[in-house]
Design a protein around this ligand. Sequence first.
Ligand code: LMR
Length: 394
Amino acid sequence: MFENLKPQPADKILALMQMYREDPRDQKIDLGVGVYKNAEGVTPVMRAVKAAEKRIWEEQDSKAYTGLAGDPAFADAMIGLILGSAVPRANIAAVATPGGTGACRQAFEMIRMANASARVFVSNPTWPNHLSILNYLGIETVQYRYFDSETRGVDFDGMIADLKTAEPGDVVLLHGCCHNPTGANLNMVQWQEVVNIINAQGLVAMIDIAYQGFGDGLEEDAQATRLVASSVSRCLIAASCSKNFGVYRERTGLLMAISDKAEETALSQGTLAFLNRQNYSFPPDHGARVVTTILNDDALRADWATELEEVRLSMLGLRQQLADELQRLSGSDRFGFVAQHRGMFSRLGAAPELVEQLRNEHGIYMVGDSRLNIAGLNANTVPILAQAIVDVGV
Ligand code: LMR
């Protein structure tokens, strides 16, 4: 029977990771997969994570199963981090998931169970795995305009016009902060307008928040998610701890389903536990326990927030350095958007041939749509990248 299998398309981000590894050149720069790297090119284990792991190692006396929803303390801690007090706890169903991808997958499955004809509106572009999972599940997707390739900012008029075509019950998938892959984000006035459309048209909001703390700060990056969650009657939130806690391989995430009707919240909680059981039974616990330990301990939490802030500021510094260098070398302001974008990524707006040329001739790896991972740079590689961008004629 296995002969009936068809080759599956490679995920373009993961394929690029592999190509980079196989490139024998010494002079190469990896700006592909969204993993934070410090100036030495290392993805460090955060100090608070190490300390929490040590504490867990010393104190944990059982590895018996948690619950299907994971440890409730993890959900509480994450809800506090993301939503603050924006939504009453009783309105929130939540389950731990294997990373943000697991949260998205469970959210999409729940959408399909709740309304088999719901369409999911996704930004053009969005994280490729959103589309891949939605297609795999047979859920219809509709792209709404998002990125303005002229300004490299948000095409807000286009976005609004496209969202207005959504029907009641359709889902609007939004990036809570640090849009992936573009780095271009809505301001709060624009978020309010999106909320108005969601409410006026009876849509369901879904937020993917994977980079809280990487954009303008931990609180600032949660503002839009809090606004949406507190203003709409139903909302799904898929959250990842991979980046802001640096626990990528531990697969740590949370899915929330929010409703202002108590009976719906109970149904959602039961459905999410059921979906966990069908897919993997109990969600991974180690990363979740590390995160809970950090968030519930004042000293660890403060140290984590400090280190995260250092990461954020280092990325902002690299953005500014790159924008300045590009300005100097090109003699034009057209790359100013690099300093305006937020989060790990910026979409350069370069044609695929130029992305390929950067890879072949300069050993610079970015995703084919010209998304570059700012955190893959350091003070020494910024000038190399800027020169290459100008040389190939972006
Ligand atoms: C990315 O967008 O590069 C990250 O979210 C990693 C991934 O799984 O694609």
